[in-house]
Design a protein around this ligand. Structure first.
Ligand code: ZN
Length: 412
């Protein structure tokens, strides 16, 4: 038996191995079999422990697969929706996106083909795990190598819309994962209904949260662009403002609804107060940053330093092509470096790997190079990485040079 299992194993040696969950290893090695990573360590230790295994010498750096924790694949065909003017609000952008969706007559095949192209590019960029939020199902992406968790997103800002959404959910297959859109678009009853369904089925609940300041304005005062938007579109009843929201803000409100726990992923979190961040941390909920999308929509910059102070390691997401023309986690890391120069490059790289895996509750498979994880290993090289002499320099380059010149997936 031991011989059989050794037969399918192989050692990959490289000048640099980045386990993420442990310090970087210079002249490192990873032992893998068909199903998992078996061991990670210095080449001298690994060659002593596994003297008879075939060896593959790699150049460059070995990394775990990246995790993109927020994308909307069903928007792929519609392209990027640009703001009309500098005064445009996020509501104007949403209106433009909805208009484009209503007036572009793509077939289901067109929508799926555009999504597949983006999934392929995600894979080419080193993404091994994707969290997709959609409101028109594109079916399963079986033929593509990226693992995709798709959550069907529901919203309903008024009581009647929420009731219609609940009826629609009841007609879905029992095992269809469903999630909520955002506090400004989803009534408290609907948020609670969906979260309870997720809890019953052990599913992740992901929602857009505090993407811009108008969300709190709607929930606390019944004002701002979302209020206008709902009134114009007939989605307004007495749901908003929510009475009794105090200094604990929108997150305190979600906490009281029973939404905040370790299987909740809060996406964007640009406009959170320190008190709200402490509630996120205490409830062990997760945060996903989408810095390129936030820049595109001019909604502000997430308080990343504060998240880290509260020991929250955020995940990274690209969001959709509608608000991010590039959809590239390497660019997200570069932008984070620029926006948050005091955050260490190593932590930023952890967000793109381990942070995403933890947020999706998949860190026993993804996010790090460690025994038992899936053998999804990237080999990257770039002219920018030449003459590296220590791990600090390596993380600096990984997070500031963008997508590597050469990126390949190791195969056994
Ligand atoms: Zn989104």
């Amino acid at each position: 038996m031991a011989l059989d299992s050794n037969f399918s194993r192989k050692i990959f040696r490289a000048p640099w191995v980045v386990p993420v969950s442990k310090p970087v290893i210079g002249d490192g090695a990873v032992v893998v079999d068909q199903n998992s990573i078996v061991a990670v360590g210095s080449f001298s230790d690994i060659s002593r422990e596994f003297p008879d295994l075939p060896l593959s010498n790699c150049s460059g750096v070995l990394l775990p697969a990246l995790v993109n924790a927020h994308i909307h694949l069903d928007l792929s065909a519609y392209g990027t929706v640009c703001q009309d003017s500098e005064d445009s609000t996020m509501c104007d952008w949403i209106a433009s996106l909805l208009h484009r969706r209503q007036h572009s007559h793509f077939s289901e095949q067109d929508l799926k083909a555009a999504a597949e192209k983006i999934v392929q590019d995600q894979y080419n960029s080193g993404v091994g795990l994707l969290l997709d939020i959609n409101n028109s199902s594109l079916g399963v992406f079986d033929s593509l190598p990226v693992e995709i968790l798709s959550l069907f997103e529901m919203l309903g800002p008024s009581r009647s819309a929420a009731q219609a959404a609940i009826s629609a959910i009841q007609n879905l297959p029992h095992d269809q994962p469903v999630t909520g859109h955002a506090p400004y678009s989803t009534s408290p009853e609907l948020l609670q209904y969906i979260k309870k369904r997720c809890q019953k089925q052990g599913q992740l609940f992901s929602l857009h949260l505090a993407e811009n300041s108008d969300e709190a304005l709607l929930l606390i005062k019944g004002q701002g662009c979302f209020s206008q938007f709902l009134k114009e579109r007939g989605g307004w009843d007495d749901t908003f403002p929510i009475h009794g929201i105090d200094s604990r803000g929108v997150v305190g409100y979600l906490h009281e609804l029973g939404i905040m726990d370790d299987r909740t992923l809060c996406v964007h979190c640009v406009q959170l107060s320190e008190e709200e961040i402490s509630i996120v941390a205490d409830s062990r909920a997760h945060i996903c940053l989408c810095p390129e999308s936030n820049r595109f929509l001019s909604v502000g910059t997430a308080p990343v330093e504060q998240f880290l102070k509260y020991r929250i390691l955020p995940a990274l997401g690209t969001d959709s092509i509608a608000s991010n023309p590039k959809l590239d986690l390497w660019r997200e890391m570069v932008l984070l470096r620029k926006l948050h120069p005091d955050v260490s490059p190593e932590v930023i790289f952890s967000m793109a790997t381990l942070g995403g895996a933890q947020a999706m509750n998949r860190d026993t498979d993804f996010g790090s190079l460690a025994p038992g994880r899936k053998p999804c290993i990237l080999q990257v090289q770039d002219s920018c990485y030449e003459e590296l002499s220590n791990p600090e320099q390596l993380f600096d380059k990984l997070t500031s040079c963008g997508r590597p010149d050469s990126l390949t997936w190791l195969s056994i």
